[in-house]
Design a protein around this ligand. Sequence first.
Ligand SMILES: [Ca+2]
Length: 89
Amino acid sequence: MPLIRLPDDPYHWIGLNDDVIEGLWKWHDTDKVPTFTNWYPGQPDGHRNANCAIIHASLHYKWSDQGCQESYKPLCEKVGLGHEVEVVG
Ligand SMILES: [Ca+2]
C-alpha cells in the first residue's frame, strides 16, 4: 500500500503558513514549527505576499509559498484504525 496518494490536481494546501511572523512557518492545526520541510529550490520566495504553503505534484511534490486567497484543495491526514496514516486530497 502506498504511503501517499494524491489526486490529479496539481496543487494542494498542506496546512503550513507564516502569516503571523514572516519566515516562521508553522502548521495550522498545531501551531508548531515543522520538523521536516520539502521546499522547492529557491522557495519560499513570496515574502509577505505568500503566506501559505502548497505541494506541487508537477514539481516532484516539492513545496512553495502562495497567496492564501488561492482556492486549492487541502491535503489532509487521516489516521486509520491500525498504525497506517492515509493522506487524502
Ligand atoms: Ca510569507
